[in-house]
Design a protein around this ligand. Structure first.
Ligand SMILES: Nc1ncnc2c1ncn2[C@@H]1O[C@H](COP(=O)(O)OP(=O)(O)OP(=O)(O)O)[C@@H](O)[C@H]1O
Ligand SMILES: [Mg+2]
Length: 230
């Protein structure tokens, strides 16, 4: 294994006797950009959670933007409190300049940080969770449908911010998305999930040009994804 890469072997998940994730091994290189696509219910979020839990248990620094902000936010605590908790968990001193910078970039109103999550729209909550994920310098950032609650303008701006933050190349990303266009322009390698299995794992351009499985063909069939603007 190359230095700095992340490795999990034989991850699997079962719930109520049903296998949601069949044994899956994955190696992610330092700074690699990976996309995880597949039909709804194929197991993408299940794999994302299992990967985050396993790597954290190995002591690796992993940030996670879960599919729903509810999973990341405590409804009883103010946003400001949750920001401070996130800093504390990362061993960071309060840094108001950094807070201001991230909030401005993600169009988060700093004067509303005293509110609790239920006072915020889903899109605002999602941007807040992305801001928290960018506080540290994780080895891996797992983004599960990070722009699903955002309007197209804010979504494009958010992805641009993520691109610039990740440009230094130390942080790998796993971008979980239904939006193959979004993934195709940003990731080097695509994983396709179907029914709890990774059924394809290939360089983005190769996979889009020559999908080998019905699951990948179904995702790529109707559009020329690489030419989409966002
Ligand atoms: N806590 C749970 N208990 C039982 N089954 C679950 C649980 N969470 C997810 N599942 C099932 O696991 C399968 C995979 O779900 P998962 O959320 O990982 O899919 P997904 O690919 O992320 O879907 P989507 O694209 O809709 O987000 C689904 O069939 C779902 O019903
Ligand atoms: Mg999901």
């Amino acid at each position: 294994m190359s230095r700095g890469s992340l490795l999990v072997t034989d991850l699997s998940v079962q719930r109520s006797g049903r296998v949601l994730l069949h044994p899956t091994s994955l190696q992610i290189s330092r700074g690699e950009r990976l996309g995880l696509v597949g039909a709804s219910g194929s197991g993408k979020s299940t794999l994302g959670h299992a990967l985050v839990d396993t790597l954290r248990a190995q002591g690796r620094r992993v940030a996670h933007v879960p599919q729903s902000p509810d999973e990341a936010l405590d409804p009883l605590r103010s946003m400001a409190f949750q920001w401070r908790e996130a800093e504390r968990a990362l061993g960071l001193a309060p840094d108001y300049a950094r807070q201001q910078q991230l909030c401005t970039a993600l169009r988060i109103a700093v004067d509303q940080l005293g509110q609790r999550p239920w006072g915020w729209s889903r899109g605002m909550q999602q941007r807040f969770v992305i801001a928290l994920a960018l506080l540290g310098t994780p080895e891996l950032l797992v983004l599960d449908e990070p722009t699903s609650a955002l309007d197209p303008v804010i979504a494009a701006r958010t992805m641009k911010l993520l691109d610039s933050v990740l440009a230094h190349g130390q942080t790998a990303i796993l971008l979980i998305t239904h939006d193959l266009g979004l993934a195709a322009r940003r990731v080097d390698r695509l994983l396709v999930m179907h029914d709890g299995h990774i059924v394809e794992d290939a360089a983005t351009a190769a996979l889009l040009a020559h999908p080998r499985t019905p699951a990948a063909s179904a995702l790529t069939r109707h559009r020329s994804w690489l030419t989409l603007p966002c």
